[in-house]
Design a binder for this molecule. Sequence first.
Ligand code: AMP
Length: 218
Amino acid sequence: MTATSKLLKTLILGAPASGKGTISSRIVKKYNVAHVSSGDKLRDHIEKQTDLGKEVKKYLNEGKLVPDNVMIKFMITELNKVENKPWLLDGFPRTVGQADALWKVQPVDIVVNLVVPFDVIIDRVKDRWVHLASGRVYNIGFNTPKVEGKDDVTGEDLVQRPDDKPEAVRKRLEIYDSITRPVIEFYKQKGILKEFEGRTSDEIWPKVTAYLDPFFKK
Ligand code: AMP
C-alpha cells in the first residue's frame, strides 16, 4: 500500500534513551508526517493546567503509567484531530490494552521498533551531567564541560540526575521491557513489526529510511 492510495499510520517503539526522540524527529521531517507524541501532549495539558493535566500530573511526576481508560480516550481523540495527513505515533500504545483499543479504531500500518543494547543505553546516560539551576545538560565526549564537573557559564557543580544513575536506568529499562514486550508481540503477530538494531541513532537511521522510503514514495 503506498501513500498515494492511503495515509500511512506509523508507530515507533523504543526504550527510554534509545534514541527514539532523535529518530522520530528525523522521520517527521523527512516524510512530512504529523508527530503525535503522548508524552508531549500530556505535558502540554499539565502546563496549561487543564482538567486532564491535573488528573495525570501525579503519574508523570512519579514516572508511572497513566491508566489505560484515560490514555485510550485521550489519544484516540487526538488522532482523530489529525486531518488528511499521515502520522507518526510516539509513546502510545504502551500496554496491550491500549494496543487493542487502538487497533479497533485506527489500525496502524507500520511499526518501527528500535533495538539498542541496554548496556549501550546505560553507558550513554552515565555520561550525562546537568547544571540543576539552569537545566543545562552536558554529555561527556559529545559536549563535554570546559572544566570537568563544572557548569561552563556559572562554574557551579554539575550533578547526575538520580534517574540517570546506572542502577536507576537499568531499573527503568527493566520496567519498560516487561511492560512493552507484550506490545511488541502484539504487532509481531499482526505481521507489521520491523526491528532496527544499532548502537547509535546515526547507525540506525539509514536502515529506517531504507525501509520507509518505498512506503512513502509517491
Ligand atoms: P514519555 O515522554 O513518552 O516518556 O511519557 C512521559 C510520561 O507520560 C510517562 O512516564 C507516563 O507517565 C505518561 N505516558 C505517556 N504515554 C503514556 C501511555 N501510552 N500510557 C500511559 N502513560 C503514558
